[in-house]
Design a binder for this molecule. Sequence first.
Ligand code: ADP
Ligand code: MG
Length: 703
Amino acid sequence: MRPNELSPLFASADVLKGVGPHIVTLLKKALHLPPGVTQPRIIDLLWHLPTGVIDRRAEPTVAAAIPGTIATLKVRILKHRPPPRGNTKAPYKVATEDETGRLDLVFFRAERSFVERQLPVGEERYVSGRIERYGETLQMAHPDYIVAPEARGDLPLLEPVYPLTGGLSGKVLLKAERQALERVPALAEWQEPAWLKQRGWPSFDEALRRLHHPDDAADVSAGSTPLQRLAYDELLANQLALGIVRESFKAQRGRPVKGDGRLRERIVAALPFKLTNSQRTALAEIETDMGAPRRMLRLLQGDVGSGKTVVALLAMTTAVEAGAQAALMAPTEVLARQHAETVAPLANAAGLTMGLLTGREKGRARDEILARLASGEIDILIGTHALFQEDVVFRDLAFAVIDEQHRFGVHQRLALQSKGNGGANMLVMTATPIPRTLLMTHYGDLEVSRLTEKPAGRKPIITRQISTNLIEKLIARVKAQLAEGAQVYWVCPLIESSDVSDLAAAEERHAHLTQVLGGGVGLLHGGMNATAKDATMAAFADGNLKVLVATTVIEVGVNVPNANIMVIEHAERFGLAQLHQLRGRVGRGSRESYCMLLYQEPLTRTAQERLAMMESTEDGFLIAEKDLKLRGGGEVLGARQSGEAEFRVAGAAGYAELLQAAHDDARMILASDPHLTTTRGEALRRLLYIFECDEAIRLFRAA
Ligand code: ADP
Ligand code: MG
């Protein structure tokens, strides 16, 4: 359970003075509440950080006050001049002075009693706001603050400016933030004192104070020391939590799985190709993991077409050689069936028994598969998430492969893994190149194997950017290529996000190309029914169609090795990842392949960089890294869709250097204090609770 010491931070925000149901509703809009949190809490206020400050420190005399600036002045109230009765347009003026001059305070549509109460004649007040000149008079319209001399401390000389929402005033929020700040307990330091000293970072509570109650405007600016400190706290909490989850996973009753190679030999002999070096290396890494007594968790990354399936199959075979079973889970029915079709002849050659279990297998058929699985007759089971249903019982599952992992939320997967599947070793496969920095935030240091090499015989794809002005020239060249047997994908402009205009453009291009090229041009778009799509695809695959004009919805998994030219219109409107995926449809056969990126001028700087990147490399990893840089945030994992919490302080892009340090730090901490039981460990547990990584701490109890 969360220590009592931290309870004040997690109290509901409505315990604060001035925060009633109405303000709570506004806070829900203004604050970024983490998923699952419905009521704003003190901690949510604290993570709602100011974006700047209003500097009220200038305290001139009236004579020295500069019009156009914000200042705080001490004045004596002389006289009230309410507007004439019935004239609502005229302002309410209050004359004030100090020993150097006169200052009018001006209120439009003021409530008379309010002004009278705030500014009693004959008394002194501090007023803070923008100084203006009105004819010969100096004035201040609607002072931001009016305080009596004894309450001067209430006047924020450096006033933090918070992101607001309609109806929520800065003053109300500031008042709530100040109270929230008072509730921050003094906590034992969890960071290394030497590290703090080296970076010049304040303590946790001091960092919060310097942001919400600044006495230096620089503290609130991007990259300030208090912000760095809190970002580092968050990154460290994140890395520790991932480390704990991972350690607990690996500590589970893993078991060494070693094969003798006899079945694998037969499969390799039955393959119509030689394994690439990348595939061999990845296999060796997987085998080493499987043979070790700890539970394996490894990611296999490889671009589309890099040959992950055969690696998975050979690794699964190892488990069978060891007398156990293996499973392969795909995200969709179609992919599961495709895998089964690939694997079946090879399994046959090796004398392995394969089963297929998806949502389509029901009733008797399903019962039969389950029975054969429980008896151990089935060596390898391929399927969808139907595999994880409770009544699916293996005789002895030693190895599980999950394909196209990025389609599942990261937390879902961690939960799945920490549940434990009888200590089965796990391999997750993805075609999404996940940059190192993202991998670290999402997985900690999960081991990674990469297929960096393409299967032999695939030639590089020649990529060129061409201005749309030269389109007729391009069409002429395409025509010449077609005469030599080429086949062409022609992807049409993505116009806004409307299907209608997409389609219109594709239809227009289709008509134009048909006219110029004289037939053999097909059209594929999202609005067609499945049969029509299949027929068009089949005609293209058989070579009856030479050119396929398509909207961006070219089906995933389309594989026409003879197609060697990809033309993308308005390439400047596509993201890097999308361009890379589209280009991946060519370069599969023995022909020279081309990717032509047609662009419309003028190009933005980012678009220029994207197209140049596409020209310079085919490396999916480099492209993903660049993509991340250009977009400044990570959507690569599809984290948005899966409802992943974003960082509250450490917006991942700006803190790459700190992330590396936090990663190393977490590793060292867990190596020497795996259950966080030392004095620093206890303090770190508080850090984990503060960043709401309770799940990770719970695992200590399970271990
Ligand atoms: P992915 O990594 O996208 O899952 P697949 O495993 O589906 O890729 O492999 C793509 C194609 O490449 C398949 O037709 C497969 O048979 C073939 N392939 C795999 N490895 C090799 C290799 N070493 N040499 C030649 N072709 C290979
Ligand atoms: Mg695949």
